[in-house]
Design a protein around this ligand. Structure first.
Ligand SMILES: [Zn+2]
Length: 62
């Protein structure tokens, strides 16, 4: 894997510009390294989305 995963481990994800979407006034995208869902909190600062029902697993997303 790439060095980017080290950034992911400390919460510094790298968004994939090709997958950024604009929804409800915020930019949402996915990390190009670990595919985690991200939202842009301030320009150039991406934060991993908190999954509300994390206990149910990722399949509850859809
Ligand atoms: Zn990541």
């Amino acid at each position: 894997m790439k060095l980017g995963l080290i950034g992911c481990a400390i919460g510094r994800h790298r968004v994939d510009p090709a997958k950024v979407r604009h929804a409800h006034g915020v930019h949402a995208g996915r990390c190009r390294c670990c595919s985690a869902p991200l939202e842009e909190v301030t320009p150039d600062v991406w934060q991993k989305l908190q999954v509300r029902d994390a206990g149910l697993g990722p399949r509850s997303f859809g």
